[in-house]
Design a protein around this ligand. Sequence first.
Ligand SMILES: C[S@@+](CC[C@H](N)C(=O)[O-])C[C@H]1O[C@@H](n2cnc3c(N)ncnc32)[C@H](O)[C@@H]1O
Length: 223
Amino acid sequence: MPPAATPVISAPDAAPEQPIQTTINDRFLDPNLDVERWKKNFEGESREVYAAREEVVAALDIKPGQSVADIGAGTGFYLWKFSESVGPSGRVYGVEISPRFLDRLRIDAKKYSNSIIVTGAERSIELPPDSVDLVFICDTYHHFEYPQTMLASIRRALRPGGSLVIIDFHRIEGKSSDWTLRHVRGGESVFQSEIEAAGFEFGERLDISGFTDNYMIRFRVGE
Ligand SMILES: C[S@@+](CC[C@H](N)C(=O)[O-])C[C@H]1O[C@@H](n2cnc3c(N)ncnc32)[C@H](O)[C@@H]1O
């Protein structure tokens, strides 16, 4: 009797990513979020990423005519700086999931004709393929509930040779504040590994003199 044919089992589609955390954005999704309160919070000189904003923008080396996306734009203080850097021939996208921040960004965007405000999603930045030269993520990567799916969406949106720059918190057991240890799910090496696993190449660590609690890294996609 001939041997039974080996059954052909087709590989199932990759399982969708499970959320790594689920409640971290609740306060931003609140339809009654007090934007003025958050503006004070985000745009205070005691906040490193705000105080060092000029140095951060200089380090990004944005060129006129480029397209730049700020993912998790919040109250938009970086977005409006990018709008000036790219100039009238460039484009900036402010991507947010918070309905109240989106309302405010849309009002403020009227003063910046090269800006587009985009309603993002938990799993997607909702930008077209090959649409941006730089994706900037400040204090927001640790808010992603589906980091690998978001990174795939970012990679699709970046043009060949484009960059992803993230600013996030150092997270060091025994050294970082209790708030950071509770709130930020991973430190620099964890996030760097995740981003490299998504197909980005490490580019450079950008030294910002005003940073002690934060780091800034540029990753690249191939040409
Ligand atoms: C801590 S705030 C930082 C805001 C701003 N980048 C800053 O540094 O001032 C994090 C922001 O990320 C937004 N966010 C979280 N997940 C997001 C996603 N998947 N897509 C876009 N924005 C997201 C939140 O709504 C919130 O406004």
